[in-house]
Design a protein around this ligand. Structure first.
Ligand SMILES: Nc1nc2c(ncn2[C@@H]2O[C@H](COP(=O)(O)OP(=O)(O)OP(=O)(O)O)[C@@H](O)[C@H]2O)c(=O)[nH]1
Ligand SMILES: [Zn+2]
Length: 292
């Protein structure tokens, strides 16, 4: 049978096939091939009526995340708190770049606007405008309406900093999920995220995974030459740069820098770009051993 891995828990994989969930285990040959089945994997399996069945094959993945370990992710709700923890453009941009690199559609949700004073909220309009190339929501009902309209049979993850409000948001999606929320101070002071089992929850024709939060985010496996392709707000401009391979760094006649100066690209986005670029340029190149 063919199905979708919905849950992974201590070596067991729960596979959904035609509305029935089958418990399975991975066969030894996966371990030999160093393939670890992931939630979100499309699989072929042999069901068993009394005992658990066996996974036979894992079909090619479109992408896979490490945190959370989920494969074939179509879209991500990036939960960003306006306060507590304080908004960090850098951290948001890191998440967006990583999602772009994996071809996962980001949807941004700004939480905790109720904690902002009128003046602070006014200042935040700049932030919202900076991300106009993405779907941005501050209202959880509108977010749900958008997701229902746009997505069918898709795998979604909810990601964001520790204490950003991921579980609180998901409980609005479906109160019966009853996900535990914690005060931010407690969550942050422990310095670690709570581990939960990895599971996709069915939601209005789609599947959603809650993700443990993080406090820092490293850019991995990215090529400095390709970074500019991961900023969709640069796309309308960068074909006009004088130099074909312009990295928008020190090159003359750079259309992206001009767009930043003309406030068509947010300065904070360009700053993130430059910082990530330098970070990637400073990473030591990896040498692969020749096989001959
Ligand atoms: N005022 C206000 N508080 C919120 C909002 N969303 C979440 N919170 C609070 O923020 C705290 C953290 O929320 P959680 O939903 O547990 O955050 P999380 O992102 O799931 O956190 P981790 O699981 O640790 O990654 C809780 O005390 C929530 O009640 C909001 O929109 N406004
Ligand atoms: Zn340029």
């Amino acid at each position: 049978m063919k199905g979708l891995i919905l849950q992974s828990l201590s070596g067991y994989y729960d596979v959904l096939a035609s509305d029935v969930i089958y418990r399975t285990r991975a066969r030894g040959n996966f371990r030999k091939r160093r393939i670890i089945p992931l939630v979100g994997d499309q699989v072929e399996f042999k069901p068993a009526s009394l005992k658990e069945g066996y996974l036979l094959e894992i079909f090619a993945r479109k992408n896979s995340l490490v945190r959370p370990p989920v494969a074939n992710v179509d879209a991500a709700i990036v939960v960003v708190s306006c306060q507590q923890p304080a908004f960090s453009a850098n951290l948001l941009d890191r998440q967006l770049v990583m999602l772009e690199a994996q071809k996962i559609k980001p949807v941004i949700y700004f939480s905790k606007q109720d904690l902002l004073s009128d003046q602070e909220l006014k200042n935040f309009t700049k932030v919202f405008i900076a991300y106009a190339c993405y779907p941005v929501f501050e209202d959880s009902v509108k977010l749900q309406e958008y997701l229902q309209r746009q997505l069918k049979q898709q795998v979604l993850v909810v990601m964001g900093q520790t204490g950003a409000g991921k579980s609180t948001l998901l409980n609005k999606f479906d109160p019966t999920w009853n996900l535990t929320t914690r005060e931010v101070s407690k969550a942050l002071s422990r310095g670690k995220h709570t581990t939960r089992k990895v599971a996709l929850m069915a939601w209005k024709g789609n599947y959603i995974a809650d993700t443990p939060g993080f406090s820092s985010f490293e850019l991995k496996n990215l090529d400095s030459q390709n970074l500019r392709q991961l900023f969709p707000d640069f796309w309308p401009f960068q074909s006009n740069c004088k130099f074909r391979g312009c990295l928008h760094q020190n090159e003359p006649a750079c259309a992206v820098k001009a767009a930043v100066a003309a406030k068509k690209i947010a300065a904070s986005r360009y700053q993130s770009y430059l910082q990530f670029l330098e970070e990637l340029q400073q990473k030591k190149p990896k040498y692969n051993r020749r096989k001959d």
